[in-house]
Design a protein around this ligand. Structure first.
Ligand SMILES: Cc1ncc(COP(=O)(O)O)c(C=O)c1O
Length: 427
C-alpha cells in the first residue's frame, strides 16, 4: 500500500477512453478489469439502466422474481448448450462459490456421501473469497490464508513456454491428461473438476492446447465427476467465441459467467446448471435438498436489464465476428513485441494478450516476483496515454471487446513504447 499513496481520480469514461480529474485521457487497455464490452457511456446501455431504474430498482429474489432477471435467465439458457437453470449473484467470486456449493451438495442430494473432494488444475484463479481461493490457489496472493483454505487435488497445466525438461509440448499435454485419468480411476471421492474455460487468465494467460479441455470433460464423464467451468473472464467473446466451452467441444455440468455479462456497467454474475444438477435439488421441504444461498442483490433488475440490452447488442452488432476480425491487429505486432529484449513470450487469443517479461531470454528467467513492476508500468503507460496493468511479470492486454482496429493499433503501439520505457527500471 505504501507505494500507492495516491490515486488518479477517474471522472468520466467516453468510448474506449478514461478521463481523470485533471483532464488526462487514458485508453482503457484492461477493459476496466476485463469487463467492458462497448466502451464507456454507451447510450443504449445507459438508457436500459435509466428505464429500468424508473420501474423497479431492486426487489428480493426470495419467494419472488422480476421480469428482467427472468428474461436474462431465458437468454442465458438459450445461448448455453446443455444448461437448464440460472442462479444469479453479484460478482465472479460469488458465482464460483455457488458453483462449488452446488457441485458438492449435488452428491449429498442424491445420497452419495463419499464424493467430497474438488480437483482442479494448477495456476487457476477463481476469485478472492474463501472457496474461490481454495480452488484457484495462487500462493503469492493467498499464502496468508493457507491454513483456512480447504485442500484440493491439483494437476499440472501445459504451458508451452515452460515445459519441464525432457518433454515435447504434446508429450507434456498427454502427461497432464494421463495424470488426471490415473487419479480419477483410483479415487471415487472426487465430486467435481473445476477449471477456467479456454485459458487461465490471471495465472498468466495460459491458453490451453487444442483438445485439452475436451479431454478433461470426457474423463469427468467417464468417471462420474462433475465438470465445472469458469467462463467469467473468458466467455462472452473475450477469446473470440461467445461460449468458450462450445468452441472447446466440452460439456460442463455447471458454468459461471460474470464480468462482460452487463457490458461492464453493473455488477452481476450467473451460475448455470444442467437439468441433472437442478433436479437433484427438488424434494419435499423435509428432504432438506435446497441450496442455502442467496445474496441481497441476487437478480437485481437494473443489472439484469442492462445485461439483456448488452446481449441484444452482441447480436445486433455481430460482435463475435467483429472481435475475430479486430483481434487480427494483435498478430501484426507479434514480431515487434517479441524483439524487445525483456520479452520472453507472447500469448494471444481473441481479445486477450499476455506478454511475459524476463531478464534473460535464453534462460527464460522471470523478472524477480518480489520486484514491484506494476506501478512502473502503470506510470509509464499513463505517460503514453494508456491504462495498463501487469500481473506478476505479465503485461496484460485486455481491451474492451468492441474496440476499433485503429484504437487497438494505438494501444499496441503505445504498449510497446511503455515496455521499452520501463525496461531500464525493471531489469
Ligand atoms: C476466471 C475468473 N474467475 C473469477 C473471477 C472473480 O471475479 P470477481 O472479481 O468479479 O469476483 C475472476 C476475476 O478476475 C476471474 O478472472
Amino acid at each position: 500500500m505504501k507505494e500507492w499513496n495516491s490515486f488518479d481520480k477517474i471522472t468520466t469514461g467516453k468510448g474506449m477512453w478514461l478521463i481523470d480529474s485533471k483532464g488526462n485521457r487514458m485508453l482503457d487497455g484492461v477493459a476496466s478489469m476485463w469487463c467492458n464490452v462497448w466502451g464507456h457511456s454507451n447510450p443504449e446501455l445507459v438508457k436500459a439502466i435509466v428505464n429500468q431504474s424508473k420501474k423497479l430498482q431492486h426487489s428480493s429474489m426470495f419467494n419472488l422474481t422480476n421480469e428482467p432477471a427472468e428474461k436474462l435467465a431465458e437468454n442465458l439458457v438459450k445461448i448455453s448448450p446443455g444448461m437448464y437453470k440460472v442462479f444469479f449473484s453479484d460478482n465472479g467470486s460469488t458465482a464460483m462459490e455457488i458453483a462449488i456449493k452446488l457441485s458438492l451438495q449435488y452428491w449429498k442430494n442424491i445420497g452419495e456421501r463419499k464424493k467430497t473432494k474438488i480437483a482442479t488444475i494448477e495456476n487457476g484463479y477463481h476469485g478472492d473469497t474463501f472457496g474461490a481461493m481454495s480452488v484457484g490457489y495462487v500462493p503469492e496472493f493467498f499464502g496468508k490464508f493457507k491454513e483456512q483454505l480447504f485442500s484440493t487435488i491439483q494437476f499440472p497445466v501445459p504451458n508451452k513456454y515452460r515445459i519441464p525438461k525432457g518433454f515435447t509440448f504434446s508429450d507434456y499435454q498427454n502427461y497432464c491428461i494421463e495424470n488426471i485419468e490415473k487419479k480419477f480411476s483410483k479415487n471415487n471421492n472426487i465430486a467435481a473438476f473445476i477449471m477456467e474455460s479456454g485459458a487461465q487468465v490471471a495465472g498468466g494467460v495460459i491458453i490451453y492446447p487444442k483438445g485439452f479441455q475436451r479431454m478433461i470433460s470426457k474423463i469427468c464423464k467417464k468417471y462420474d465427476v462433475l465438470f465445472v467451468l469458469d467462463e467469467i473472464a473468458t466467455g462472452f467473446g473475450r477469446l473470440g467465441s461467445m461460449i468458450q466451452y462450445q468452441e472447446q467441444k466440452s460439456t460442463p455440468d455447471i458454468v459461471a459467467y460474470g464480468k462482460m455479462l452487463t457490458g461492464g456497467y453493473l455488477t452481476m454474475a450467473a451460475t448455470l446448471t444442467n437439468k441433472k444438477i437442478y433436479d437433484s435439488y427438488l424434494g419435499e421441504f423435509n428432504d432438506w435438498k435446497h441450496l442455502f444461498h442467496g445474496h441481497t442483490y441476487t437478480g437485481n433488475p437494473i443489472a439484469a436489464a442492462v445485461a439483456n440490452e448488452n446481449l441484444k447488442m452482441y447480436q445486433k452488432n455481430n460482435l463475435i465476428r467483429r472481435i475475430q476480425k479486430t483481434s487480427k491487429v494483435f498478430e501484426k505486432f507479434y514480431q515487434e513485441i517479441s524483439e524487445i529484449d525483456i520479452v520472453g513470450d507472447i500469448r494471444h487469443k481473441g481479445m486477450l494478450m499476455g506478454i511475459e517479461l524476463v531478464t534473460n531470454k535464453k534462460k527464460k528467467t522471470p523478472i524477480n516476483p518480489k520486484r514491484s513492476i506494476n506501478k512502473i508500468f502503470f506510470e509509464e503507460g499513463k505517460k503514453q496515454g494508456i491504462y495498463l496493468r501487469t500481473l506478476g511479470n505479465i503485461v496484460m492486454l485486455v481491451p474492451p471487446l468492441a474496440i476499433s482496429e485503429k484504437e487497438l493499433d494505438l494501444l499496441l503501439n503505445r504498449t510497446i513504447r511503455t515496455i521499452k520505457a520501463a525496461r531500464s527500471k525493471v531489469v
